[in-house]
Design a protein around this ligand. Sequence first.
Ligand SMILES: *Cc1c(COP(=O)(O)O)cnc(C)c1O
Length: 400
Amino acid sequence: MIQINSNFMRLPESYLFSDIARRVREFAGANPTVEIIRMGIGDVTRPICPAAIEAMQKAVAEMGARETFRGYGPEQGYDFLREAIADHDYRSRGIDIATDEIFVSDGAKSDTGNIGDILAADCRVAVTDPVYPVYVDTNLMGGRREPVLLPCTADNDFCPDLPAEPVDMIYLCYPNNPTGTVLTRSQLEVWVNYALRHRALILFDSAYEAYISAESTDVPHSIYEIEGAKECAVEFRSFSKTAGFTGLRCGYTVVPRSVKALDVISGREVSLNRLWLRRQTTKFNGASYVTQRGAAAVYTAEGQRQVSETIAYYMTNAATLRSGLRECGLSVYGGEDAPYVWVKTPGGCGSWEFFDRLLQLGVVSTPGCGFGKAGEGYIRLTAFNTLENTRRAVALLRGL
Ligand SMILES: *Cc1c(COP(=O)(O)O)cnc(C)c1O
């Protein structure tokens, strides 16, 4: 009989968002007059900027005319977008990334999930705890062992300690989802040096890079700001949170040609750039032309101004949450360089218990334990709501 990939049976069942939905439904049913404020959403809410919309409308018109119609594009992305990325996101920061080291895709979730295809199944994986679950589940699907967990709590200031046992693949997401915290340049240097010393690979997810505040000059926007990172790191970026592309789908992955890994059969070192190109050209046919035109427009002066206005709006919400919750006597982390605020539950109460207390006030959060064991005793609030609702939520929380 046909057999399944039994690795799928090892995946932990996730009831987090269905559990939240059920509790909210039950509360709403019992309290029909209470207005519910959803501060748990991990999705942007403001529309895509006019510069990107106009560029896409123009691209749609091109697709409808015989002279300008385009079929399959390059699997790695159009040069107009890869050039814009290299110039704006890297060269402007003094980082030399070539266009053929940039792979445009339909988003960072697929890339962080697919990168394991080109690495050995017996690689040891390390992830921070709490964590974006994609890193864990995709590696279990690929047959890898349970990852080594690197706890990030208030006790270590949300900076993961180096693993006690050797690891090969290290997922770091900074600015972090769910904690909203960041690593400074010197904290990230420790990881790059570890990777170089142990010949390990860092998988750096910087989906929230655009949220790093101008004042946070000590927080790197790219891992390639760290010396040596071009020998040991792959970087994932996305237009999802930067430009509201969550429903449109566009991201990119940087695989420097200088990142090498061992082929045990031949004993040779192989460039990951070559393997990722092979993987993508085989299994992926590129992001749509229209979407890539929209993404490229984000890099125009107009586009930049428009997306930074939207991000500033979200970050006003984050600041409102931070100061409001502090005034309630709560310990609050993150929210300065990320759209997430991570709140310690008071009096040692559990994540779900505190979630329920907030829900009684009409505020929906996300229990930290849903992101991993070390998230127990925290909840996540997001900045992706309206300023009005954010203020209302803060006012309600004063009733705690
Ligand atoms: C939202 C998010 C992404 C972006 O994923 P896309 O597939 O590009 O929408 C990547 N990593 C993390 C940690 C995220 O929270």
